[in-house]
Each structure stands twice: as structure tokens, then as C-alpha cells.
Write a protein that binds this ligand. Structure first.
Ligand code: PLP
Length: 597
């Protein structure tokens, strides 16, 4: 993947816009999505429309044309007061505009008549931020004239705060706008259908107000894309702050002094730089600079520090991060960084598209087919490491009851140690690892198969044996094909000591798991909570070099053929251990923790 690039996660944008829409809708407010912050990227515009947004707004006609030409289906609102010189294009290329100058509106009227169109306008009212807007005392006068203009439809009024002067959209300001709307409707006997109270900065007003008055519309950009409330810079609950991630590559990494050596003049931008003496530090240079992005608006994802930037370089203190030349470093973005990055022709726009459940399952099943093919040709160099019972450990574990009598939850020594470390990490989070299953004999595996098959037969008496076997084989391996027979496979879940419940993984009710396609680890149609919990479980095991099964989020392999295939190893080190083998070991060392082979 090229760098520098901006990773654009469309699912996260969709989540944010849907969450905000339903939040504001709860008090009768519709939202307009403002696309200027992302240069009206058509894929982003389309996901906004797909998520239910009806009106898209941009400050530039060129951006609106770009979306139109790309086939984006929406009503388009021009939010920067139109240039009088562009009046014809406003009428032809947009559906609606925010306005504050009568001379411009007159011109819009002229071209509307010429092209036989009706152009809708929202009049902006100045409430203290001192950017665009008609001062309230002049408003009635303007409206009187606007109402006489042909080809112009007055849709409503609006205001914009928290931009030029950072004036907060307080309850007082919103009440003034409501009062103005009411008085205009009364005076002119008209209905204003849109009362647009502002932008993302209206979030705190909305959350704290009991009565939104006549405000029924907001124009949101920043909060949809970045999940922040702009006045305080605080994250908005339930929203993603990382729908956009900027990625740059390390081109140099060396231990160097933290202070320069020589007489200091002005730097490349005419500023006198300052340095903090931290001794010798690990300095990395990234191939990205202020020519690409507003570097002051970047927040590193990892524990590094931005020391400064030039046109083409960002210098960082790499601290203890595991970086080398060629490594990628990721940043989340503030609004200024987002706008500049999206506008930079040097930054590759990497659109990450949401994938439907159907597409995802098809991919998983294809991968699983390939995996099974490859498994057949993996060789095993048995390392003869012993099986150990997890029940004999002093790790904090919960054992799920097994259908196998006297089940001992045996795993290989390497796996045993890994489980120990995982359980310690969970101890620190007030959670416990649940071990569902570990080494299984062929007989045990057969029992699982038979149990599932008879359950399915009861549920679907109309199905043939072949059909039943087909369904069961989706989730349970035939007796001799399960990696559980190696002692390198573990089935695990997590218990939360605080809520005293098994975490929600999306297909489970406590310990009971419904076997269906939603068990595929990254299935898109499970709750955010379930996704988070699966991520936690998978990260714990993957950090210990396990691989998660393609189809079961609870099944992890290490050392066996399943692992060897996924990790591209030359051979596996844990082969199949048969019942008789393990039994004889148990019999000869009945009081031993280790079952040597
Ligand atoms: C940019 C802009 C918005 C959107 O502001 P955000 O802070 O991105 O939500 C709304 N209205 C007008 C007039 C704007 O210029």
C-alpha cells in the first residue's frame, strides 16, 4: 500500500453519521452533511447518502459538481455565501444556497428566471460570530424584498457560530434564532421549513437543552468525520475518532542528539526553533511534511513524539516504539489536518469499503477451503513436547464442563505457558479466561459430531443424512481432522468478574454458543460490543503467536498444522496425539503433571 496515505474507513463514517442522525432526530432535528472537510470525495458522499442523509452541503460549487458528476443522488446545498460572479452556476449546479447579500439573491433570481428554475435559499442571520449573516435588525427588510423575487424560494433561516470568533451556540443564541423565526412567520404569513441552528459545535447545546425551540436543522461536518465536539475537542460518546488515519513511512532512524549543533538562525519557515535537551534520542524521519498536511493537527497512534516538520519531513522521537526504516507510522487527524490531507495530491486516498455479510462469509469460506487444502500437505516435525493439564496450573481459569468424562484440559507445554501469560493479563482487567476445550481424543471428537448431528436431525427431520453432515461439517471437524487432537488447539471465552457474566461475543448466551455464520470472527453484522470483545480475545491470543480459526472466534491454534499453514511455516511441531498414547502416559505417570510422550 503506498504512503503517505489516508485510510478512509467508510463503515466508521456510516456508523458516525447514523448515530448522530438518530441522536438529533430524537429532538426533531434533521442533519445536513457537510462534505467540504473531505473535498467532497464521491465515495464518502455516497456512504452519507446510503446512511440516510438527504442533503449534502459544500462550500464550493466545484465540489458539488464533482459529486453530481459522480452520480451522487442528493439535494445539494451551497454553504458559502455565493460569489455574485458565479450566480448562474449556483442556479444551474446546486439546489439551494445559504445567502446574506440581497444583490446576490437578485442575481440568482435573474438566472433562475432565465433557466426556468426555482432556486431555494436559506437566509443567514448574524448572531455574534461575525462571519456571514444579516444583522437581525435588517432581516425583515431583506425578507420583504426577497419575497418579491421570482425564481427564488425562501426555505428558511439559519446561523453559523463558533467559526470565525469561536462564539458558542448557547441556549440564549438558539432561543434568539427561534424567536426571529416565529416573528418572521407571523409578520409575513409564511412558513419557514428550515431553521438551521449551526454546525458540529451545537452538540453541547443540543445535549443540555430541554427545548430546542424552532431549531429543526444542523449542518454537520467535523463531528461526522472525526467524532469530536469542536468547541472542547472532546470525543462524542459512541462515535469513532479514527474513521480517517494518516499513514507515513520511516525513511531514516538513528540515535542522534535532541539539540542541534551550531549557531542557530531562522528555520526553513522563518521561525526561531526551540529545543528541549533530552540527551541522545531515537530520531526517525517520516516522508511527509507540511506540504502534504497541517502537521500540527496530527496525533500519533503510538507512543512517539512529533519534534517538528519541514516541507517534506516530519521528525519524531521514536522513544521505545518498535520502528525501522520502512515502518509505517499512523496518526489520527484534527479538522485542519483532515482538510489538508484530503486536499493533497501527494496523499493516496485509501478507501476501505464496508463489506456485506454475504461477501464476508464467501471470502471466509473460500479461505477456509484453501486452508484445508494446504493443511493436507503440511509436514509435522514432532517436537515431543509434553501435554500438561491446565487444571493442574495455578492460573486463574474457568473450565467449561465437557461432554467427555474426566476431561483434563490438556495442552502442550508451550501452549500451557502462553495460557498462563494470557490469564495474567486478564487478571489485571478484572476478567478470567474460560477454557472450553483443549486436547481431544478421536472418540471425544466423534461424540461432539454425533451430538450436533442428532440435534440437527431433530431440528430438520426433512433433511437427508448427507445434508445434515454437510451442515455439521461447517462447524465441527470430522473425528480425525480436528486440530484439537494435537494439544495445540484451545477453545476460549472471557468471563467478566465485575458483571459476573461471560462477555458478549455476538452468538453466545453465557457459555452457550449458537453455531452459525456470525461465528466467523469478523462478521460485520454483530454488535459493536461483540466486535470489541472478539477483538480483545483475539488480540490476547494473537499476541502470543496463536492464529484464530477462520470460522470460530473462540478457537485458537499454535504449533499444529493449522498454525503452520496460516503462519507460512515450513512444518508444524505438534502432531496428532492419539488416545492410547496419552492413556499409556497417564497410566505410567498417574501422579505426574506432565505427560511425557
Ligand atoms: C463548515 C460549515 C459547517 C460545518 O461545520 P462543522 O464544524 O464541520 O460541523 C456548517 N455550516 C457552515 C456555514 C459551514 O461553513
Amino acid at each position: 500500500m503506498p504512503t503517505p496515505r489516508i485510510d478512509i474507513n467508510l463503515s466508521k463514517i456510516a456508523h458516525n453519521v447514523k448515530t448522530l442522525s438518530s441522536l438529533f432526530r430524537s429532538k426533531g432535528i434533521d442533519i445536513i452533511a457537510v462534505t467540504k472537510g473531505v473535498c467532497a470525495h464521491p465515495h464518502i458522499a455516497n456512504i452519507l447518502v446510503k446512511s440516510g442523509v438527504k442533503i449534502l452541503a459544500d462550500s464550493r460549487i466545484a465540489n458539488i459538481k464533482k459529486m453530481r458528476n459522480a452520480g451522487v443522488k442528493a439535494t445539494f446545498l451551497l454553504i458559502r455565501t455565493p460569489m455574485i460572479s458565479q450566480a448562474e452556476s449556483v442556479v444551474l449546479d446546486t439546489d439551494m444556497s445559504l445567502n446574506s447579500e440581497l444583490s446576490v439573491i437578485k442575481r440568482l433570481s435573474k438566472f433562475s428566471i432565465l433557466h426556468n428554475k426555482i432556486h431555494k435559499i436559506i437566509l443567514m442571520v448574524e448572531l455574534g460570530d461575525l462571519r456571514e449573516g444579516i444583522v437581525p435588525s435588517q432581516l425583515e427588510n431583506t425578507i420583504k424584498k426577497v419575497l418579491t423575487l421570482k425564481g427564488i424560494e425562501l426555505k428558511g433561516i439559519g446561523t453559523n457560530l463558533a467559526c470565525f470568533s469561536g462564539v458558542k451556540p448557547t441556549a440564549e443564541k438558539m432561543d434568539i434564532l427561534s424567536a426571529i423565526a416565529i416573528s418572521i412567520e407571523k409578520k409575513f404569513h409564511i412558513k419557514l421549513s428550515i431553521i438551521s441552528g449551526g454546525n458540529s459545535a451545537n452538540y453541547n447545546w443540543f445535549k443540555t437543552t430541554k427545548d430546542v425551540g424552532r431549531i429543526n436543522n444542523l449542518r454537520l461536518g467535523e463531528s461526522i468525520f472525526l467524532g469530536y465536539e469542536p468547541l472542547t475537542g472532546k470525543p462524542i460518546p459512541k462515535l469513532y475518532q479514527d474513521a480517517f488515519m494518516l499513514v507515513a513511512e520511516v525513511i531514516e532512524l538513528k540515535n542522534k542528539s535532541s539539540v542541534p549543533n551550531g549557531e542557530i538562525g531562522l528555520d526553513a519557515f522563518g521561525n526561531k526553533p526551540k529545543f528541549k535537551d533530552q540527551g541522545i534520542i531515537r530520531r526517525a524521519i517520516l516522508a511527509m511534511g507540511v506540504q502534504d498536511v497541517m502537521v500540527t493537527g496530527l496525533t500519533p497512534k503510538s507512543d512517539i513524539e512529533i519534534l517538528g516538520a519541514g516541507g517534506d519531513h516530519i521528525i519524531i522521537n521514536a522513544k521505545k516504539e518498535d520502528l525501522k526504516v520502512g515502518s509505517e507510522v499512523s496518526f489520527t487527524l484534527k479538522y485542519g489536518a483532515l482538510v489538508t490531507a484530503m486536499n493533497s495530491s501527494y496523499i493516496f486516498k485509501n478507501i476501505i469499503t464496508p463489506i456485506s455479510a454475504k461477501e464476508y462469509c464467501a471470502i471466509v469460506e473460500e479461505k477456509d477451503r484453501l486452508h484445508k487444502k494446504k493443511i493436507a500437505i503440511v509436514t509435522v516435525k514432532e517436537d515431543h513436547s509434553p501435554l500438561i493439564s491446565l487444571q493442574d496450573s495455578d492460573f486463574n481459569l474457568i473450565f467449561e464442563k465437557s461432554i467427555q468424562k474426566n476431561y483434563r484440559y490438556l495442552v502442550r507445554k508451550g501452549v500451557f505457558e502462553k495460557i498462563g501469560r494470557i490469564s495474567k493479563l486478564l487478571d489485571n482487567q478484572g476478567k478470567k479466561l474460560i477454557i472450553r476445550s483443549a486436547w481431544r481424543s478421536f472418540e471425544h471428537q466423534q461424540k461432539l459430531w454425533d451430538q450436533k448431528a442428532s440435534y440437527m436431525k431433530e431440528k430438520h427431520p426433512e433433511k437427508t443424512i448427507e445434508e445434515i453432515n454437510e451442515i455439521v461439517s461447517k462447524f465441527i471437524a470430522p473425528k480425525k481432522q480436528s486440530t484439537h487432537s494435537t494439544g495445540g488447539a484451545v477453545d476460549a471465552l472471557i468471563y467478566d468478574l465485575q458483571t459476573k457474566r461471560v462477555l458478549d461475543f455476538g452468538t453466545n448466551d453465557g457459555l452457550h454458543i449458537d453455531l452459525n455464520e456470525k461465528c466467523y470472527p469478523k462478521h460485520p453484522d454483530i454488535s459493536e460490543e461483540a466486535k470489541k470483545n472478539r477483538k480483545l480475545l483475539m488480540k490476547l491470543f494473537e499476541d502470543e503467536d496463536f492464529v484464530c480459526d477462520h470460522k470460530e472466534y473462540w478457537h485458537f491454534d499454535y504449533g499444529n498444522i493449522g498454525w503452520a499453514v496460516e503462519k507460512n511455516k515450513e512444518y508444524a511441531c505438534y502432531g496428532v496425539l492419539e488416545e492410547s498414547f496419552v492413556q499409556s502416559a497417564v497410566l505410567s505417570y498417574p501422579d505426574k503433571v506432565f505427560f511425557y510422550l
